[in-house]
Ligand binder design. Structure first.
Ligand SMILES: Cc1cc2nc3c(=O)[nH]c(=O)nc-3n(C[C@H](O)[C@H](O)[C@H](O)COP(=O)(O)OP(=O)(O)OC[C@H]3O[C@@H](n4cnc5c(N)ncnc54)[C@H](O)[C@@H]3O)c2cc1C
Length: 298
């Protein structure tokens, strides 16, 4: 037997978390696998559980000035059907699991599970996402790169709930985006390596460049120092610049061998995806979205 709470409001849920150490459950698609018992017996939990998937306060998607706020309990299906979600995030979501899991799994759950293979994470790092956390003591905001510490390790106090994911200053015009997931098959497969990229230009000159790699280390790999080297360059990039960026990432990407892939495969594919993107990004080359254009893979 396990005590469980399904409280009427966010405030009551926060109050419960302040009274007792509880296990938060959103969609349960990670937790039920982690806590499963053998031979079909009910899942085992050592703490009382608190359901949050029904809380409407955690399901809003809205603009606040230039920033897009996404409620932590929005499911993948809800985000796919919402007009404010950026096309590139929808592309990543379409590659997550299968419809049944997408109807339950939430964005907040993907972040708090903190798997390096979590498919929304490269794009959330790329967007410089911030997280809103709430407890009875108050609210705080934290950058996703500071929140996620390693596989299943996040900087969250026991009484805190992630309430919103904030994507600051989202712009899609004059911007090339890419998200590529490499796995054993096109659907319902765990990522071997993933790559997200963004390049924005103004009058032919690159004004912003960001690259994020998933499943090649304990957390998502990004490097502001390397990204900065490309800013100010003109499209198309010279071969020496492309080679330099690829060589820089080759030095910092350090994947491991595991049951899903090998380190050498992960590194080789990651660098190929980076090279292809930086050689082909740009308005004329098919990667542009914004201004009504979709990503070419859609
Ligand atoms: C068959 C299958 C296929 C899958 N395929 C993919 C895939 O292709 N790509 C992928 O990335 N993932 C995949 N997953 C993993 C999973 O579906 C996702 O990580 C999903 O986003 C988890 O969300 P959830 O709401 O179900 O999390 P839950 O299982 O409810 O919770 C996960 C963790 O986050 C914590 N948590 C959840 N919400 C909050 C919150 N708001 N505040 C604080 N803590 C919180 C929980 O306490 C728990 O520690 C798959 C899972 C299954 C079972």
């Amino acid at each position: 037997m396990v005590t469980s709470y399904r409280l009427k409001s966010l405030d009551e849920t926060i109050a419960q978390l302040s009274r007792e150490d509880c296990q938060i459950i959103a969609g349960g698609t990670d937790l039920m696998v982690q806590h499963k018992s053998p031979r079909g017996a009910p899942a085992r939990f050592d703490e009382p559980i608190v359901f949050i998937d029904h809380l409407q306060e955690l399901k809003r998607i809205r603009w606040v000035n230039q920033d897009l706020h996404i409620g932590a309990c929005c499911t993948y299906s809800e985000m796919l059907g919402h007009p404010l979600i950026p096309n590139i995030l929808k592309k990543a979501i379409k590659e997550i699991a299968a419809p049944a899991i997408r109807n339950r799994g939430t964005l907040g759950g993907n972040i708090c599970n903190a798997s390096p293979a979590g498919d929304t994470l490269p794009l959330l790092y790329l967007f410089n996402a911030r997280l809103q956390l709430k407890s009875a003591k108050g609210d705080r905001e934290v950058e996703i790169r500071d929140f996620i510490q390693g596989p299943r390790k996040v900087k969250r106090l026991k009484d805190e709930l992630v309430t919103e994911i904030i994507l600051p200053n989202v712009q899609e015009d004059h911007t090339s985006f890419v998200f590529e997931k490499v796995a054993n098959r096109k659907a319902d497969a765990i990522t071997k390596i993933s790559f997200a990229g963004l390049m924005r230009w103004d009058e032919g000159q690159i004004v912003d460049a960001r690259f994020a790699f998933g499943a090649v280390g304990p957390t998502i790999v990004r490097s502001a120092a390397i990204e900065q080297k490309i800013v100010g360059e003109a499209f198309p990039l010279e071969a020496a610049v492309v080679n330099g960026i690829v060589a820089d990432f080759e030095r910092i990407i350090k994947p491991i061998d595991d049951q899903r892939s090998t380190a050498i495969y992960r590194k080789t594919v990651a660098l190929h995806l980076l090279r292809y993107f930086i050689e082909n990004a740009g308005e004329e080359r098919g990667y542009a979205i914004g201004q009504g254009k979709d990503h070419p893979v859609d």
